[in-house]
Design a protein around this ligand. Structure first.
Ligand code: B12
Ligand code: SF4
Ligand code: SF4
Length: 414
């Protein structure tokens, strides 16, 4: 067989049997490349277009201007990458070992970082693996004497509706929290896609499995899941602590608790996550500096230290200013402590603090001072030997419920 492209046959000469075998091989190669599962779907997301438009019309994208750009291209993979006939959808597990969810949420002096973000940034890594999958397909087609396919990998940042595509490709069902859920794997996974011009056989979507459960809706600290399957992004802690560039609206600050980068609560209460496997990628393991970190220590990081310790991590992209903003909110939510007051006062004197961060520090100081009185009462109670309930500390009722839920349902990761 010749290497010359001119002697290779066109893709549409592949038979149904060859395409079927290729689809099976693609799934096996995907697993060899570290993906937990691969599914295939066509590019028709027309049913999603009105829902996406409604979501945008209601302003649920907040300041995420990129969600409103590109018109409906997000729902039209064949326009994003012309010639695309199929989407090869892939998922990769990220749950790190010793997640320590309850331990972390229970202690308001520790910063909580979403468990997808404690290791290396997934974007580049998954895109590279998808590219390798494309190369493998190309090599196989060459062996079959067929021309190379036109393919392109995508992960997260491109204007494409990844979750509905993965749903269509049979990787799981859409949970009421709007994330993709898999009966065997829960929801702790990233999604990525390879858009390709091969008319591969498509997979069958799995049926919805939430049934009557509404645990995620009831547990969301900011009531961001406004109806089943619909998240008002502008209320979500993930948006408020990661995407939002400016000040965090005061109405959400207390509800944020100690969550300084993203939020996992809707996944933590989800019963389907009880069986979720741990990641096989050491890149997603939590770095020592981000494991159960003390807020006061994180707040003292200079910009240079922040950049050094978050190198290669998704956290780096929020920058030092938003990092300080988020930690200031968490410090305001922590129980009264002289060490916290001192940390906040010291930061006020630093040249690294801009006006936006300064306002959050002032808010945090005010919160701390307001707790001074109950603290005095607490000391008095202790000296009198009186009992106090946990609600006198700074954990909200919802967080207390989530902690109980984790300890019962996700014992390995508690
Ligand atoms: C923008 C965005 C966000 C925003 C908005 C979230 C949202 N739900 O839209 C914010 C910043 C808040 C966010 C948060 C998070 N995100 Co995000 N996010 C995205 C992004 C870039 C686009 C999502 C999108 O298109 N939203 C627009 C709206 C319209 O889409 P939608 O929620 O799917 O809306 C649909 C439903 O409302 C549905 N619908 C309406 N009515 C009904 C009725 C029924 C019956 C059904 C089934 C559906 C349905 O129709 C709409 C249109 O399809 C994707 C990556 C990508 N390119 O797709 C990642 C992505 C969805 N995020 C992801 C993750 C991991 C998270 C977080 C868990 C991160 C964290 N720990 O902090 C949280 C989870 C919050 C949550 N519950 O959604 C993963 C999800 C993986 C998975 N297992 O599903 C993705 C796929 C990134 C990736 N490549 O892995 N995210
Ligand atoms: S990530 Fe947190 S804030 Fe966002 S929808 Fe889920 S529970 Fe609510
Ligand atoms: S918590 Fe319940 S309703 Fe929410 S996604 Fe999980 S199973 Fe579905």
């Amino acid at each position: 067989m010749s290497d010359s492209p001119s002697q290779l046959a066109a893709i549409d000469t592949l038979t149904a049997t060859q395409l079927g075998e290729l689809a099976l091989n693609i799934k096996a190669w995907g697993q060899e490349l570290g993906f937990a599962q691969i599914g295939i779907c066509d590019t028709d997301l027309s049913a999603e277009e009105p829902k996406l438009q409604q979501w945008l019309d209601k302003g649920y994208h907040g300041d995420m201007g990129y969600m409103a750009n590109h018109g409906m291209m997000r729902a039209r993979p064949h326009e994003l990458h012309p010639g695309t006939k199929r989407v090869i959808s892939a998922r990769m597990n990220y749950l790190p070992p010793e997640a320590g969810f309850a331990f972390n949420l229970k202690n308001p002096n520790l910063g909580y970082i979403s468990r997808y973000a404690g290791g290396r940034d997934y974007h580049k890594m998954i895109r590279n693996r998808l590219k390798k999958l494309g190369d493998r397909i190309e090599a196989e087609l060459k062996l079959l004497g067929v021309d190379k396919p036109n393919s392109r990998p995508f992960v997260d940042s491109a204007p494409i509706l990844e979750r509905p595509l993965a749903d269509k490709a049979g990787l799981g069902w859409t949970g009421k929290h709007s994330l993709l859920l898999n009966q065997d794997a829960g929801s702790w996974f990233f999604l990525g896609e390879l858009l390709i011009d091969l008319p591969l056989p498509v997979d069958i979507p799995v049926s919805e499995g939430c049934n009557t459960c509404v645990a995620c809706i009831k547990s969301c600290p900011t009531n961001a899941i406004v109806e089943p399957y619909v998240v008002d992004g502008s209320r979500c802690i993930s948006y408020l602590t990661i995407e939002l560039q400016g000040a965090i609206p005061v109405e959400f600050r207390q509800a944020i608790g100690n969550r300084i980068y993203g939020c996992d609560d809707c996944q933590l209460v989800c019963p389907v996550n009880a069986k979720a496997p741990l990641t096989e990628e050491s890149d997603f393991h939590t770095r020592p500096s981000l494991k159960q970190p003390q807020l006061v220590e994180l707040f003292a990081w200079s910009e240079a230290i922040f950049l050094k310790l978050t190198e290669g991590s998704p956290i780096r992209r929020i920058g030092h200013s938003r990092w300080l903003r988020n930690i200031a909110v968490a410090l305001g939510n922590a129980p009264y402590s002289e060490a916290i007051i001192a940390a906040l006062e010291t930061r006020k004197l630093s040249s690294e603090v801009d006006e936006m961060v300064m306002e959050h520090i002032d808010w945090a100081l005010e919160q701390q001072h307001q707790k001074l009185e109950p603290q005095a009462a607490h000391s008095l109670n202790l000296s009198l030997g009186l009992n106090e309930s946990t609600s006198s500390h700074s954990l909200s009722r919802k967080t207390q419920r989530i902690i109980r839920c984790i300890e019962k349902g996700l014992a390995r990761d508690a």
